[in-house]
Design a protein around this ligand. Sequence first.
Ligand SMILES: [Zn+2]
Length: 399
Amino acid sequence: MFQRPIVLFIRKTWFLGAIITLLILLIGAGSLRLNSVFSSDLKNKIIVIDPGHGGADPGAQNSGLKEKDINLDISLRLRKVLESKGCKVILTREVDKDFFLPGFVQGRMAKRAELNQRINLASKNNADLFISVHTNSFPRRNTYGMETYYHLKSATGKALAELIQEQLTRLQSDNKRKAKAGDYYLINQTKMPAVIVEVGFISNPRERKLLLSNSYRDLIAEAIGTGIDQYFKDFPLGVREIVQTVSSQEGPPSAGNDTYKLYFLNSDLESLVPEDRQICQSVWAKLNLTQKANLILGELLKGPQGVTNTRTLALKTKILSLTIQKGIATINLSKDIQDDFPGGALEEDMTIKSIVWSMTQIPGINGVRILINGEFGDTIGGHIFLDHTFSTQPLNEVN
Ligand SMILES: [Zn+2]
């Protein structure tokens, strides 16, 4: 009589143990399956890699080195990395070529049409991501550092850019650059999350030497690949797009009674630095708005006085005309601003900002339109199109 319950008890414990073991196994298997679902996310993805520039458009140039060649080589390496992770990769170009329409290499619409071909390729193929690879150059040799750009209003672009930048910074521990929003045509126009990766400065001796080595190019490709991998792991369902309003960035302080400011570049290309210029009261008081704007722009063209600052406009650039209507200054500059522009995307952005900041400090000027040789919608270096009014404050209407 005493035995039975004991036996039963033993049997029950065994049974319970078996069930628990089975449960643990099931849960384990389940989580394994879950993991493999996440890690295989990359497998079905279509990624368009766009090696910047090419063919008739060399991009930034420095002592015989052309941006287009580095962009292509790193893109080909990135393709290998992504294909090994199971992605479907499409390159906008696999050789040294451009996408200018036949007989349409010059002129203000040529570069836009060229970039549209790249954007259309990504749309046609329903790409999940668009990665444009570029290389930087800057007149000051000590400027260096990789950086990644996203469109200001794209939460997905921002998430992707931050993850790529994090990986790139591991290669370059002294690189303080962060992922940044940029007003670049490619990332403005693409429908899918898009970033521009600037892999470094060919104008910096140390970075240039690294960029010439195969092993360093492989490391860059792997870093970008790891960033993309991480993006799909962190956001398997995508990132909720939040349309941000343009942050109400503070504009330049108004010109005072005694001085006005000219905005130049500092050597790390991170920001614009103001240089004060004295106002000659007896002259200034007699000038109308247009004459004041002409005077300040003329001084900006002359370049900086501070030895650590760098000019933002090509030396030979001339003001062809300057008019002001309803608070918008329309500045018509000679083609030298384009022909003698040696830099990359970042310098182009800073060039435009230096004009806008220097102009909008004048009370009565709220926005700037920049024409090249009388034409609206052209571009200085092929990354930003001058087809809208630029301002430090959000403008209601931009036509
Ligand atoms: Zn470029």
